[in-house]
Design a protein around this ligand. Structure first.
Ligand code: NAP
Length: 497
């Protein structure tokens, strides 16, 4: 694979202040982005702290069969490092991880990363942050970028008897390489985007597949054609064609998936019709009934798959909608008394999305801590900074547009905003910057008000909701997000010298 780069990440000689140390936490897509953009802006002392031994974040961690991205590959990449070589419309996990490795290589990022360095605590002393790793190592930085992502704290259900299961049990986010399921009886708990990919990938290999569904999902069809060799060759020879494709896809997603969440948008009825028609393709009326959600399309994260419905209709597949009573040594006991005997039990039960950079302990000397600041829910001004935590910035923080849109594009917009913020502090020779509490509160009020007209507020249970039942995502169009991120209003921030 080769990657075309509009602007390569070269280290320039540092103008005044650009040598202040910066720590990035996490070497996933947004951490890599932060490093590339900071270097392009002339910052010279950048360290990335990564808890594991490779870059890639969630794409390094997730290795379950069928893993792919349901955002088209040609838009799920850095806008400045488009990839002419994607083989599928929706690429596999390994191909995406390989893309990130290529980018890391191209931009010389590995030299910046301290692998196997998990930040345990971060403490601000009024001038700089002290980061203490879980192994005791200490580092200092004037500014911290938390690029920790949201898909890394595995969410296990709490079901009685889980520890009694005598077969192999595993979470999809912890899939062992080379696991052979041939001829085994496999149970899967969960029906989110992950299960929708896993079921079709293994159904023909296993002897029996039982999918335990608590809540049905709306599924929109999404064929995944290969990108022909001649098209890939064209992208390589004429990068402008690839750039045009990126822009076209991004615009298209913004106009569809980006607007579906706004219930009164003109495209929402199209989503409803598409999902309903797809459901009608299920031949058995009883199975169709079981797979019919009792909430509105888009309320949970939309599933895109052309293979899930065919797979669950295979003769060796069963959809079990009886609630799980408990797990026993030989399988799953449902509330009707039936025992579903299993060799392997898979938890496709997602992530604790609202943990963000926790369990890291973050505090300010003589001030407050993140746990206190977030005791009532996760809040960040414009998704990127927290009142009370100076010089601490987040990528893909609370209320970022995290639906069926490219999270990489979101991080790019946030990074642009954060660079403007950082440049101002550094150019003014200030010590620190943080958002005003009042500005953040006003922003939160606007978010809450706008949230009421979104599809997430129509009464389903989803991971978009925080512990107070409030949708913790973006209630407006992507275009508004881009406009908001295009210019910092410095009246919303306080700088200190
Ligand atoms: P998820 O969407 O959070 O779904 C978790 C599933 O587990 C739900 O069906 C949930 O049921 C079920 N569940 C949880 N606890 C349960 C319990 N105690 N008993 C029974 N069922 C239980 O998780 P995911 O599918 O792993 O997706 C996680 C994230 O990864 C999402 O953000 C998704 O977008 C992302 N993802 C993205 C892609 C992509 O292609 N871009 C692919 C895979 C995953 P309820 O619905 O009843 O709560």
């Amino acid at each position: 694979m080769s990657i075309s780069t509009a602007t390569a990440g070269t280290t320039m000689s540092a103008p005044s202040g650009r040598d202040r140390p910066i720590a990035i936490i996490g070497a996933g897509a947004s951490g890599m982005l932060a490093a590339i953009k900071l270097r392009e802006a002339g910052y010279t002392r950048i360290s990335i702290f990564e808890k594991k031994d490779d870059i890639g974040g969630t794409w390094r961690e997730n290795r379950y069969p069928g893993l792919h991205c349901d955002v088209p590959s040609q838009s799920y990449c850095f806008s400045f490092a488009l990839n002419p070589s994607w083989r599928q419309t929706f690429s596999s996990g390994p191909e995406i991880q390989s893309y990130f490795q290529q980018v890391a290589q191209r931009y010389g990022l590995r030299n910046l990363v301290r692998f196997n360095s998990e930040v345990g605590t971060a403490r601000f002393d009024g001038k700089s942050w002290q980061l203490t790793m879980t192994d005791g190592h200490v580092a200092h930085a004037d500014f911290v970028f938390a690029a920790t992502g949201v898909l890394h704290h595995l969410n296990y259900p709490q079901i009685a008897g889980m520890e009694e299961f005598a077969g192999l049990s595993l979470h999809t986010g912890d899939w062992p390489d080379g696991l052979d399921l041939a001829g085994l009886r496999v149970g899967i708990i969960g029906t989110g985007a992950t299960a929708a990919q896993l079921v079709p990938a293994i159904v023909d290999e296993v002897s029996r597949l039982t999918l335990f569904q608590r809540t049905a999902q709306w599924v929109a069809p999404s064929p995944n054609p290969a990108i022909p060799w001649w098209r890939r060759a064209l992208y390589r020879l004429a990068p402008w064609v690839l750039r045009r494709r990126y822009r076209m896809l991004t615009d298209e997603i913004e106009a569809t998936a980006g607007r579906w969440v706004l219930k009164d948008s003109e495209v929402y009825p199209r989503l409803v019709r598409t999902c309903q028609r797809n459901l009608e393709t299920i031949a058995d009326p009883e199975l169709r009934r079981k797979l019919t959600p009792d909430y509105e399309p888009g309320c949970k994260r939309q599933i895109y798959s052309s293979t899930f419905y065919p797979a669950i209709q295979r003769p060796n597949a069963t959809l079990c909608t009886e609630p799980i009573n408990r797990i026993e040594a030989s399988g799953v006991r449902t509330s009707d008394g039936a025992l579903h005997q299993l060799d392997v039990l898979v938890y496709a039960t997602g992530y604790r999305m609202h943990d963000y950079m926790r369990p890291m302990r973050i505090s300010v000397e003589g001030g407050t801590s993140l746990d206190e600041l977030w005791s009532d829910g996760e809040v960040a001004h414009r998704g990127v900074a927290i009142p009370g935590l100076p010089n601490f910035f987040m990528l893909v923080g609370p209320n970022s547009p995290l639906t069926n849109y490219s999270v990489i594009a979101v991080a790019e917009m946030q990074m642009r905003y954060l660079l403007e913020l950082l440049d101002r502090v550094v150019d003014d020779g200030a010590v620190a910057i943080e958002p005003l509490e009042q500005a953040c509160r006003q922003y939160e009020d606007e978010l809450s008000q706008a949230m009421t007209s979104t599809v997430w507020a129509t009464g389903c249970n989803s991971y978009y909701l925080d512990r107070n039942g409030r949708p913790n995502t973006w209630p407006w169009s992507i275009d508004k997000f881009r406009r908001d991120m295009a210019k910092v209003d410095f009246n919303e921030f306080r700088m200190s010298r």
